[in-house]
Design a protein around this ligand. Structure first.
Ligand SMILES: NC(=O)C1=CN([C@@H]2O[C@H](COP(=O)(O)OP(=O)(O)OC[C@H]3O[C@@H](n4cnc5c(N)ncnc54)[C@H](OP(=O)(O)O)[C@@H]3O)[C@@H](O)[C@H]2O)C=CC1
Ligand SMILES: C[C@H]1O[C@H](OP(=O)(O)OP(=O)(O)OC[C@H]2O[C@@H](n3cnc4c(=O)[nH]c(N)nc43)[C@H](O)[C@@H]2O)[C@@H](O)[C@@H](O)C1=O
Length: 336
């Protein structure tokens, strides 16, 4: 593809993942042709020397940092060392080496789990660090909080323009459908689909079904990421306290896990029973984001949950046609 003159050279870290692939789709749809990507195999972001060499040679103007060790409640709870180590290393290397190479603009993706477990609802950006974190994902959340502080600190000391967005729970095409390590939506799409095709009389849902979650379709998240990256600095800075320089991204609406399960069942066309396994953790009881800051800046989510689930199920079915086993990643042991 021919590159336009003066177009920024944009590195999307994690472009094969759920969010990174959607950011690439969004940038391409907006006409960007100068997008740089590297797979995990090509560039190990926990390795500082590889990251330094990449930024030294690639002449990058902007970074979307969507590479991270990511998983649902079970993966976070089972592999805490990998969730804290990988995420601390990836973000420290990318932020530091981007700064060393003179990259002025970067967008860091955090997560709504940075907020206290029992935060007042809806959760405003300034509630960061005013309470105890949810234990099932505390190591991951600590890494993400450090990521926000990295960006703030480089901005304060070096005058960079490194921004942070805190997404709620995401879903959509390109998700991880591992039966245990995935998030709830891809796990349930797969479980309900297998129950339907296998004629199973019931589907088991983890926990009590009572926790509430807010779900954002991934193309909305990608659109929000590009929107925040491109806001004029004076507009972004005027809306973000220098000590709380992150912005929530969500829909502003949540559902119980029981209601979500019924909706996934309807989407898939499963007619059997839904049962709950109380031996599995519920995690945070509720984490609804206050999205008024981003709304005031001019962006709102546009994909209703039922429509997003329909598209996500279509994408899941496509992966079944291409290859019956889809993107099932087992966290590997932390490199010695
Ligand atoms: N999914 C969700 O519900 C939410 C996600 N987020 C955040 O959004 C961002 C993107 O998440 P999502 O797209 O879901 O995650 P995915 O797991 O789908 O994608 C992450 C990508 O990063 C790559 N990656 C991971 N570790 C490394 C590494 N050490 N070196 C190079 N590449 C690496 C992965 O490659 P490989 O698979 O080969 O390891 C993968 O392509 C993350 O920061 C996450 O914390 C925030 C809130 C909710
Ligand atoms: C995005 C977010 O993701 C993780 O947190 P989480 O919100 O708890 O995410 P989850 O999608 O795994 O679960 C949501 C709810 O759903 C219930 N649930 C039912 N049945 C299944 C099920 O089959 N799989 C999963 N994973 N959950 C299930 C589950 O018990 C929980 O009550 C964080 O660790 C953290 O990394 C983070 O930031």
């Amino acid at each position: 593809m021919q590159q336009k003159q003066n177009e920024p050279r944009i590195y999307v870290a994690g472009h094969r993942g759920l969010v990174g692939s959607a950011i690439v789709r969004t940038l391409r749809a907006q006409g960007h042709t100068n997008i740089v990507t590297r797979s995990h195999q090509e560039l190990e972001l926990t390795d500082q020397s590889q990251v330094r060499e990449f930024f030294r040679t690639e002449n990058i103007d902007q970074v979307y940092l969507a590479a991270a060790k990511v998983g649902g409640i079970h993966a976070n709870n089972s592999y805490p060392a990998e969730f804290i180590y990988d995420n601390m290393m990836v973000q420290a290397n990318v932020v530091h080496e981007a700064w060393r190479a003179g990259v002025h603009k970067l967008l860091f993706l955090g997560s709504s789990c940075i907020y206290p477990r029992l935060a007042a609802q809806p959760i405003r950006e300034e509630y960061l660090m005013n309470g105890i974190l949810e234990p099932t994902n505390e190591p991951y959340a600590m890494a993400k909080i450090a990521g926000i502080k990295l960006c703030e600190s480089y901005n304060r000391q070096y005058g960079t323009d490194y921004r942070s967005v805190m997404p709620t729970n995401l879903y959509g095409p390109g998700d991880n459908y591992h039966p245990e390590n995935s998030h709830v939506i891809p796990a349930l799409l797969r479980r309900f689909h297998e129950a339907k095709t296998g004629g199973a009389p019931e589907v088991v849902i983890w926990g009590s079904g009572k926790p509430m979650r807010e779900f954002l379709y991934v193309d909305d998240m990608a659109a929000a990421s590009v929107y925040v990256m491109n806001l004029p600095l004076e507009v972004y800075a005027a809306n973000t306290d220098p000590m709380h320089s992150h912005i929530n991204v969500g829909t502003g609406e949540d559902v119980t896990i029981a209601a979500l399960a019924r909706l996934v069942g309807e989407t898939v066309g499963y007619g059997g029973r839904i049962v709950f396994d109380a031996s599995k953790p519920d995690g945070t009881p509720r984490k609804l984001l206050d999205v008024s800051k981003l709304a005031a800046l001019g962006w709102r989510a546009s994909t209703p949950l039922a429509e997003g689930l329909r598209r996500a199920y279509e994408a899941f079915l496509e992966t079944q046609v291409e290859a019956p086993v889809v993107r099932e990643r087992e966290p590997a042991a932390v490199a010695a």
